[in-house]
Design a protein around this ligand. Structure first.
Ligand SMILES: [Zn+2]
Ligand SMILES: [Zn+2]
Length: 137
């Protein structure tokens, strides 16, 4: 259990149970933008026998407290992201992976009275790995 994570969860007003710390550490470990099912599957594989409901409730608590963000690329799928600085996403249409793309937050030319709370930008195409695979065939 990472002390750093314990401190971070406390900072966000979240009681740092060992399950919550594990789930956060998993989210922080990669760039994968996992879904609840993926988090659940990985933790199961690593021998952490949390229920899917625990993962779901924990992720929702993190979300509610502003510790993580959700990313919706497909209408029927919610992914989670711990990077809080603005960035765009790139969805590979071949392998389905979602990548972070560093980018300045775009501004509306004229806000016309709208208040922007959140900007979401998703590009789609083929990632370098899939392009290389396609070139081999
Ligand atoms: Zn790909
Ligand atoms: Zn991201």
């Amino acid at each position: 259990m990472k002390d750093q994570t314990v401190e971070l969860l406390k900072e966000y007003g979240i009681n740092p149970t060992s399950q919550r710390v594990r789930i956060y550490d998993y989210l922080a470990s990669g760039q994968g933008h996992p879904t609840v099912d993926e988090i659940y599957a990985v933790l199961q594989r690593d021998g952490h026998l949390f229920s899917r409901a625990t993962v779901y409730n924990t992720v929702n608590l993190f979300l509610e407290k502003g510790l993580i963000h959700n990313v919706k690329v497909e209408a029927n799928e919610t992914r989670y992201d711990i990077t809080s600085a603005f960035h765009a996403h790139f969805k590979c249409t071949s392998c389905g992976a979602l990548f972070d793309i560093e980018m300045e937050e775009p501004l509306m030319a004229d806000t016309a009275g709208f208040r922007v709370d959140r900007t979401s930008l998703v590009f789609s195409g083929q990632c370098p790995v899939c392009q290389a695979k396609a070139a081999e065939v």
